[in-house]
Design a protein around this ligand. Structure first.
Ligand code: ADP
Ligand code: TRP
Length: 320
């Protein structure tokens, strides 16, 4: 089973991204053939500053390698190092009805919010389909917001095969990441860059502690019993702690006599225990840009080798 997924480099990652998307993607390398790429062509639809795009792309590479991506197992590459994907996007555009793209929620939402409706935003799902189909991926793990893009990829694969009478592509299956609970931000809403309520994955220890101290709680007095199940601090603690640690802290909530400040301290300590080693590894990698480049280039070479036979079959089918 070949798994493929892409991450847009569009800013600093937060712990919601880590638990909601990165950790599950990294877990797949244990028992699947995984292709994981940095979707820098896609990020161009929002990032219109070359230096920023380059910097974000590097950040995502460092983030994944620091968090345990094993380049010997996962084929890890920058989308732009496999430019063949654009040729396939064209071959798919030819069989893509306008209506299919006009119905795409993400395009409709973005234009409704006043984002400039340029062609790349409109054809975004075709490029995404090409990412997936160019390696004939079987499974594509994505967040719920990408479900429709996966349906478009399946539609285009089927349409291409029917139009040219050849089974060039097989239909990829989505693996929708809704198993992981939504990680709350410091204000209790879903943690999201756009709400400004995030705890950064690789912020400084001091900054992370300070942010954790701001997590909203109710005003139950220190001496009273508290309900862990409705507390944002506890919801975050659960992401990091073992079952026993969770049970222990929950018992302290229920017993009373513990203030929220103490629970926050336990959360901050746990965060550091888990992310501290990642932060160290990231700092080491930052000093070795050549090593990171070499990983990405090797990944691109492996990805291109997988793309070549598929693209050749597609070119052959259409008569190029
Ligand atoms: P943001 O909302 O901060 O802009 P993105 O939309 O870029 O985050 O999300 C990237 C990935 O991280 C998506 O796959 C999404 O499902 C996951 N993710 C983002 N925020 C959370 C969260 N609070 N809880 C769980 N997963 C999340
Ligand atoms: N559109 C995806 C997102 O914003 C990123 C992406 C681009 C992707 N190409 C992909 C994800 C191919 C999975 C497969 O999250």
């Amino acid at each position: 089973m070949r798994v493929l997924t892409g991450f847009q480099p569009s800013g600093k990652l937060h712990i919601g991204n880590y638990f909601g998307a990165m950790k599950p993607a990294l877990a797949l390398q244990e028992d699947h053939e995984v292709f994981l790429f940095i979707a820098n062509y896609h990020a161009q639809t929002t990032v219109k500053d070359g230096d920023a795009l380059r910097a974000y792309t590097r950040e995502v590479a460092l983030d994944f390698l620091a968090c345990g991506l094993d380049p010997a197992r996962t084929v890890f590459y920058r989308q732009s190092d496999v430019p063949e994907v654009h040729e396939l996007a064209w071959l798919l555009s030819v069989v893509c009805p306008m209506g299919l793209l006009e119905r795409a929620h993400s395009f409709k939402d973005k234009t409704a919010r006043g984002v400039d409706a340029h062609h790349a935003l409109f054809s975004y799902p075709v490029l995404m389909a090409a990412d997936i189909l160019c390696v004939n991926a079987d499974i594509v793990p994505v967040g719920k917001d990408q479900k429709q893009h996966l349906e478009i990829a399946r539609d285009l694969a089927g349409k291409f095969n029917r139009t040219y009478g050849k089974e060039v592509f097989h239909l990829p299956d989505p693996m929708i990441r809704d198993a992981v609970a939504i990680v709350p931000g410091v204000d209790g809403q879903k943690m999201s860059k756009s709400y400004g309520n995030t705890i950064e994955l690789f912020g400084s220890v001091k900054k992370i502690r300070k942010t954790i101290m701001k997590v909203v709680t109710d005003s139950t007095p220190l001496e009273d019993p508290k309900d862990p199940d409705t507390c944002n601090v506890f919801a975050l603690y659960k992401l990091f702690a073992s079952e026993e640690e969770q049970a222990e802290l929950a018992a302290r909530y229920r017993a009373g006599g513990m203030g929220y400040g103490e629970a926050k301290k336990a959360l901050a300590d746990k965060t550091e225990e888990v992310f501290g080693p990642f932060r160290e590894r990231r700092a080491e990698l930052e000093q070795k840009p050549d090593e990171v480049d070499a990983v990405l280039e090797e990944g691109a070479a492996r990805a291109r080798a997988a793309v070549e036979p598929v693209l050749n079959a597609a070119r052959d089918a259409v008569g190029l």
